[in-house]
Design a protein around this ligand. Sequence first.
Ligand code: ADP
Ligand code: ZN
Length: 222
Amino acid sequence: MRLVLLGPPGAGKGTHAQVLSKEFEITHVSTGEMLREALRVSSPLGLEAKQYMDKGELVPDEVVMALVAERLSKPDAAPGFILDGFPRTRRQGEGLDRTLRGLRMPLDLVVYFKTSAEVIVSRLSGRRVCGQCGKNYHVKNFRPKVDGICDVCGRALVQRPDDREETIGHRLEVYEEQTAPLVEYYRKKGLLVEVSGDLDLGPLQAVLAGLFHQKGLLPAKA
Ligand code: ADP
Ligand code: ZN
C-alpha cells in the first residue's frame, strides 16, 4: 500500500502513520523526523533545516524533495510506504508524482485528516517529546508514568521549539497557505479520502480500518 497522510500539524498523522506502518508492514517516511534526526547528528542538512523549523517555516522544497526521492528508491519502500508530512507544497506534490512515475509506484490513496483549530492548538501546545528517542506525550491526554520522564528511555521530556504557542499560529498560517491547496490537488486526481482528525486515536483507527477494507487494502496479517 502506498499512502500519503495529509493534514495540518497536530492532526495525528505521525501517530497513525506509526500504527499503520506496523499493521501493513510498510515503511513510515516522516520528513519532520528525518530532518530532526539530521539535526540530532548535527549534519549540515540538519543545521540548515533547524533555522526554518524553529520558526515554523517550511524547509526549502529542493531539500525535502531530494530527501524523499532518495528514501523512496531504497528497497524497503518497494512493498509500500506511508508519507507523513510530505508533500507540503504543490511543488512537492508535483515532484512526488515525478519520482513515483520514475519508480513505477503510483499512490493508492491520500488520507486527509480534517482537523479543527481548537484541537490542533490543544494537541500541539500540550505535546512533549523525549529528547532521546523522540517518543511523543501530551500533558493531559497522554502522560508518561513519571511526570516529565520518558517511559521508554528515562530521559527528560521537552517541548519542541516549534510547539511554543507563539509559533503554532504561524505554522497554521503556513499550512493554510502552502499545504491546504494539496487537498484539491489530490481530490482532482481521485485519490483523496477525508477523515476527522478531531477523533481520538481509537475511534479514528476504527474509521481508517473500515476505509482501507472498503478499498480492498488489507493489513499484512489479517
Ligand atoms: P508537524 O506536522 O507537527 O508540523 P513535522 O514533524 O511534520 O511536524 O514537521 C516539522 C517541521 O519540519 C515543519 O514545520 C517544517 O519546518 C519541517 N518539514 C517537515 N516536512 C516538511 C516538508 N515536506 N517540507 C518542508 N518542510 C518540512
Ligand atoms: Zn525516550
